[in-house]
Design a protein around this ligand. Structure first.
Ligand code: AMP
Length: 406
C-alpha cells in the first residue's frame, strides 16, 4: 500500500461536512462584502517568492522548488498574496476601482516540520484589497474576517500592532538587533541567524520566547512616528466602536517581510491558536512591477479553522427511496423527479433484506420514506410514509412533488 505523504491529509466523510460548510461560508461572506473571486496557479516562477527584499524563514527554507522539463525554476506557492498581486498587476486589475477587493481559496505548500495545525499541504482563504492606508477600510477588513468566524461559530480576539512605514520599521529593526545582540549566546540557532537576516522574526520565536531576556524587548510602538501612532490608535478605536474585541500586542510582527504599518492576527479564544494573519503591504505592488498602490489583506489557515468549528452541519434528507433492483429504473426516475425539484434524496436500490434496508433508511432521518415495488411501478404511483405522523398512503407520481413540498 502506498501511504499519503508526510504533512498531508485526506478530507473524508468524517469531517467533509465541515469543509463544505466552511467553503460555502467563505463564498457567501466575501460576496456580501463585494469581493471578487481571484484564482491563481498553484505554481509560479520561483523569483516571485524569492525576492531580494524577502528574507523570511518561510521563503528562504520552506518552499517546494523544482525545475520543470523546460528548465524553468518554479515554486509551489507557499502563501496566497504574492500570486494574487502578480495576477492583479499582470491583468491590470488595479484599474477598475469598483472591483478592487479580491478573495481567494486554495492550497499552499511549505516544507515544514508537521505538527498540530502545521501541514506541508494546507489551504488558505484570504483577501487582498487595493486601498491606500485608511483606518476605516482596515477596520472593515477585520470586520469581515470576524463575520466569517461568527458564521462558523468560532470566538476570536484580534491582536493588532504597527510596524510603521519603512523608516520606522528600519529604526525598530535596528533597535531589536542591538537589544538581542546582547543575548546572542543565549539565542537559539535560528535566531542567531535571524539577528542578521531578520531581527523582527526573533519576536515570533517559539523557542526563545520563554527566556528571561524576552520579557522586555523594544516595542514597535515606541518607534512609530506621530502619524503612524495615531493611525494604530484610530484602527483600535474603530474596532472598539464596532464591538470587535481587540488588543494592541507589540509582539505581532508577521512572518513575511512585505508587511508595513498595520499588522494583525486573529486568535481563537478557546485554544489560543493563531487562525489568521494579515496587514498592510503598501510597497509590495510597486516592488512587483505595478503602480504605487497600497493594499491590505489577510489569510486564514483553513485546517485550523475547521479544527475550531463546533457547528456540526447536518444534512436534512427529504426522503429515502426503498426499491428492489427489478424496479430500479422506475425508482431512479422518481428520485430524479424529486432532485430536479431540489429535494435531498437517498435512494437504496440494493437487493437486500427489506427490514435491514428500512432500519438503515431511518438513520438518514428523512421526512418521508418512499416504497417502490412492482405494484407501484405498474400503477405509476408510490407508497409514501410520513415518518413523523406515521401516516402511509399510495399517491400518483404526478402528485408526489406537491405532497413533499407541503
Ligand atoms: P502566514 O501566511 O504565514 O501569514 O499564515 C497565515 C495563516 O495560515 C496562519 O495563521 C495559519 O492559520 C495558516 N498556516 C500557515 N502555515 C501553515 C501550515 N504549515 N499548516 C497549516 N496552516 C498554516
Amino acid at each position: 500500500m502506498i501511504n499519503r505523504q508526510k504533512g498531508t491529509y485526506d478530507v473524508t466523510p468524517q469531517n467533509n461536512q465541515k469543509w463544505l460548510f466552511l467553503e460555502q461560508t467563505i463564498k457567501k461572506v466575501f460576496s456580501l462584502y463585494n469581493y471578487e473571486y481571484l484564482r491563481t496557479p498553484i505554481f509560479e516562477a520561483t523569483s516571485l517568492f524569492k525576492r531580494e527584499n524577502e528574507a523570511s524563514d518561510m521563503v528562504k527554507k520552506e518552499t517546494y522548488d523544482f525545475i520543470d522539463k523546460g528548465d524553468r525554476p518554479l515554486t509551489l506557492r507557499p502563501e496566497g498574496t504574492a500570486g494574487a498581486i502578480r495576477a492583479i498587476i499582470e491583468n491590470k486589475l488595479y484599474v477598475d476601482k469598483l472591483k478592487n477587493k479580491f478573495f481567494y481559496y486554495g492550497s499552499c505548500y511549505r516544507y515544514e516540520r508537521p505538527q498540530k495545525g502545521r501541514f506541508r499541504e494546507f489551504y488558505q482563504f484570504g483577501c487582498e484589497v487595493l486601498v491606500n492606508a485608511n483606518p476605516i477600510s482596515d477596520a472593515e477588513l477585520i470586520l469581515l474576517a470576524k463575520r466569517i468566524m461568527d458564521d462558523l461559530g468560532i470566538e476570536v480576539v484580534i491582536k493588532i500592532n504597527s510596524l510603521g512605514g519603512s523608516d520606522s520599521k528600519q529604526k525598530y529593526t535596528k533597535a531589536l538587533k542591538t537589544y538581542f545582540s546582547k543575548y546572542e549566546a543565549e539565542l537559539c540557532s535560528d535566531c542567531k541567524e535571524r539577528l542578521n537576516s531578520n531581527p523582527l522574526r526573533i519576536l515570533d520565536c517559539k523557542v526563545d520566547n520563554q527566556k528571561a531576556f524576552f520579557k522586555n524587548p523594544p516595542k514597535a510602538i515606541d518607534y512609530l512616528n506621530k502619524d503612524e501612532n495615531t493611525y494604530l490608535k484610530q484602527v483600535k478605536e474603530i474596532l472598539d466602536c464596532l464591538g470587535i474585541e481587540n488588543i494592541i500586542d507589540y509582539k505581532i510582527v508577521r512572518g513575511l517581510d512585505y508587511y508595513s504599518n498595520l499588522v494583525f492576527e486573529i486568535i481563537s479564544k478557546k485554544t489560543g491558536m493563531v487562525l489568521a494573519g494579515g496587514g498592510r503591504y503598501d510597497n509590495l505592488i510597486k516592488e512587483l512591477g505595478g503602480p504605487e498602490q497600497g493594499a491590505i489583506g489577510f489569510a486564514f489557515g483553513a485546517e485550523r479553522v475547521v479544527e475550531e468549528m463546533t457547528i456540526e452541519p447536518e444534512k436534512h434528507y427529504d426522503a429515502v427511496i426503498l426499491a428492489s433492483p427489478q424496479n430500479g429504473l422506475y425508482a431512479t426516475k422518481v428520485s430524479e423527479l424529486l432532485r430536479k425539484n431540489n429535494f435531498l434524496i437517498y435512494s437504496d436500490l440494493n437487493d437486500r433484506n427489506f427490514a435491514k434496508k428500512l432500519k438503515e433508511a431511518l438513520l438518514f432521518n428523512p421526512r418521508y420514506l418512499i416504497f417502490i415495488g412492482e405494484t407501484e411501478e405498474a400503477k405509476r404511483m408510490v407508497t409514501i410514509k410520513n415518518t413523523i405522523t406515521k401516516e402511509q398512503k399510495e399517491i400518483a407520481l404526478d402528485n408526489l412533488v406537491s405532497i413533499i413540498k407541503e
